[in-house]
Design a protein around this ligand. Structure first.
Ligand SMILES: [Zn+2]
Length: 425
């Protein structure tokens, strides 16, 4: 035995350190030298991926409003639809480049020299070049083989670099592409100095473990940054983004509310919720979290949808506590049932008191909010009345409030039973 790991800590004890302190908390995050959970960058694609959302139609004015709001929120990059898509897309791209935003402006183009030339002329800071590498896409979409893809990719990358712009090269449908093909292609583009390579789960099929394995393997093959793009078809888009960062990815693609092709990609707000738990200092120092709701409302209105009820952070019940036993603990210490603090996002929690699951602690708080005074026993009696009505039918806040007020008034009347002293003059 080498002795340094003696199970009963005799070595530690001889140093005057209590060996019990070395027992690790099993819920502690796993430290990892590959991990970028505390240093990631966001490539915000509401104005590219989001434009592919079924309901999206962004006119120039709306695009500018969204770009400014994203910039104000603090995203690192804003990705725009390819200028090759339409003449208006090209003009909008130019207009957004002229806004002088802090965020870098990228546009997403096919791996094609004409598309790249058109994009370079719009004034963008960089190009996100993409090509399909899965057998499905090679056979049914562009029909090119891997040798052709690699040759074109190298030409396009060298051209974009010669113009002094940033360039990313991404495969499409990466998780259904041949791993050897994929890695040799990424190695080739890394060698010619691409700034980032991208992995895209275009069909939303990847699981977090697959993501971790692929990104970690890729991390060992290229020296450039790694961007990742996850669709949410199987509900893994946020988890996959998180695992990608743990495995060494540097950039995450998001869109506001996750809007995009089919049911979209990793949502910006959901990613913030995930990351603030892991890296609170980094997230709070970098992003204006109190602007999240405003940003989501702006995009929701532009594409005519409602924020889903279970949306992380901003869903209408994200900080609503209903069961009596939860409410009691929340009122004592919110961390008991909240991993996120609504105040970090400029929001407030709500303790539900108008239901049959309510408890007297929640009602007591409401009594205080209404400016009324009752003893604990009186609050308990009043709570029983609320629960009795809520057992018969759903009740609104107004119903519960009027029960409280009526009950309070009753107490007041009882106090008045004694006749007032007669004052003679
Ligand atoms: Zn996509």
């Amino acid at each position: 035995m080498c002795g340094t790991d003696a199970p009963n800590g005799t070595n530690g004890a001889s140093n005057g350190v209590n060996p019990a302190n070395f027992r690790s908390n099993p819920y502690q995050p796993v430290g990892d030298f590959l991990s970028n959970v505390g240093s990631f960058k966001i490539i915000e694609s509401t104005l590219r991926e989001g434009e592919q959302f079924a309901n999206a139609y962004f006119d120039t004015e709306t695009k500018i409003k969204i770009a400014k709001a994203l910039d104000d929120f603090g995203v690192d990059y804003i990705e725009l639809t390819s200028p090759a898509a339409s003449e208006q897309s090209r003009r909008d791209c130019e207009a957004i480049c002229k806004l002088g935003l802090k965020a870098k402006i990228l546009t997403h183009v096919r791996c094609d020299m004409r598309d790249a030339q058109l994009a370079v002329e719009t004034g963008v800071d960089g190009l996100d070049v993409v090509i399909g590498t899965s057998s499905f896409l090679r056979e049914h979409s562009h029909g090119k083989d891997m040798a052709y893809i690699e040759k074109t990719a190298v030409e396009v990358i060298e051209y974009v670099k010669s113009k002094g712009l940033e360039v990313r090269f991404s495969s499409e449908d990466s998780f259904r592409s041949d791993l050897v093909d994929l890695l040799s292609l990424y190695r080739a583009v890394d060698k010619v100095g691409v700034h980032r390579v991208g992995i895209a789960d275009t069909v939303g099929c990847a699981s977090p473990r697959q993501v971790y394995d692929l990104v970690r393997t890729l991390r060992g093959v290229v020296s450039c940054d790694i961007e990742t793009h996850f669709h949410d078809d199987t509900g893994c888009a946020i988890a996959n983004a998180y695992c990608a960062l743990e495995a060494g990815a540097t950039h995450i693609d998001t869109s506001v509310l996750g809007i995009g092709e089919r049911n979209g990609i990793t949502p910006l707000g959901g990613l913030m919720a995930r990351m603030i738990v892991t890296s609170p200092d980094y997230v709070k120092s970098k992003y204006k979290l109190h602007k999240l709701k405003e940003l989501e409302d702006l995009v929701a209105e532009a594409v005519e949808i409602n924020t889903p009820f279970n949306n992380p952070i901003t869903g209408f019940c994200a900080f609503t506590h209903k069961a009596g036993i939860h409410a009691k603990a929340i009122l004592n210490n919110p961390s008991t049932y909240e991993i996120l603090n609504p105040a970090d996002f400029g929001l407030t929690r709500y303790v539900h008191f108008a239901s049959r699951l309510t408890g007297w602690n929640a009602v007591k708080t409401r009594v205080g909010q209404l400016g009324l005074e009752m003893t604990d026993d009186q609050v308990k009696e009043c709570t029983a009345k609320i629960k009795a009505l809520a057992d018969v039918r759903p009740i609104a806040i107004d119903d519960a409030d009027s029960i409280i007020r009526t009950f309070h008034l009753g107490l007041h009347e009882q106090n008045k039973v004694q006749p007032p002293a007669v004052v003679e003059n």
